[in-house]
Design a protein around this ligand. Structure first.
Ligand SMILES: [Fe+2]
Ligand SMILES: [Fe+2]
Length: 221
């Protein structure tokens, strides 16, 4: 029991450290807005933060907390997308897809206005560029981009889709195979999450539970 508690406590420490970084760059209010706007997207962002941290900790030298922050903020643009669209089950209409596909650009604008640095910010704009059907269509991943971070956050994002499937992914049959097939980035990063699937599923649930109240009560600096 203590061992289990110990694991969860260390996950809490990681997410608290990442939330402190979000507070430092004045993004915490936007996360609170995301939580009120669409709790599923907020919980997804927390898990992507945690998975980004673990992937970076395992594969990159240092920077794991920054990777976690980038993961935490990657979908912040969803505050501008209607929850009716975010939560819609089944296929999206063309205009609904168009609106959803605008969230990377919207998120990048928020983070740019906050003065968030390139390494943290650019994955928000380009985390759907490593897909078989990449978007936004008017962006490309450049050599000068933080390619490692884009890979980490995109893989964490896809890993979360596998561990916590959404209703609009259809029947979710062979979701692991489909997600891996459609991911054009470093597949090792997703496989790392999958190898530790049971552990990260538990930790993902634990941090979303923990943050339910924590984010509201956390004192503004
Ligand atoms: Fe996204
Ligand atoms: Fe996402």
């Amino acid at each position: 029991m203590n061992e289990i508690l110990g694991v969860f406590m260390s996950e809490h420490k990681i997410i608290i450290d990442i939330l402190n970084l979000a507070e430092d760059c004045k993004a915490l209010d936007y996360l609170r807005i995301l939580k009120q706007h669409n709790e599923a997207s907020f919980n997804h962002s927390l898990r992507v933060a945690l998975f980004s941290y673990h992937i970076a900790d395992n594969f990159l030298k240092g920077d794991a907390l920054d990777a976690g922050l980038s993961g935490l903020l990657h979908d912040i643009g969803k505050i501008y997308i209607s929850p009716a669209i975010l939560d819609k089950e089944g296929p999206l209409l063309n205009y609904e897809s168009f609106l959803i596909h605008s969230h990377p650009v919207q998120g990048e604008v928020v983070l740019r206005e906050l003065g968030v640095n390139d390494k943290i910010r650019i994955p928000a704009l380009k985390h759907h560029r490593l897909s078989k059907k990449p978007y936004p269509s008017n962006t490309k991943i450049l050599e000068t981009d933080p390619v490692d971070f884009i890979n980490v956050v995109s893989a964490a994002d896809r890993g979360d889709v596998i561990l916590f499937p959404r209703k609009y992914n259809g029947d979710n049959i062979n979701i692991e195979g489909r997600v891996l097939d459609e991911f054009m980035g470093n597949k090792e990063f997703i496989r790392y999450i999958l190898i530790n699937k049971e552990k990260y599923t538990k930790e993902g649930l634990a941090i979303t539970n923990f943050c339910k109240d924590y984010i509201q009560t956390k004192r503004l600096s």
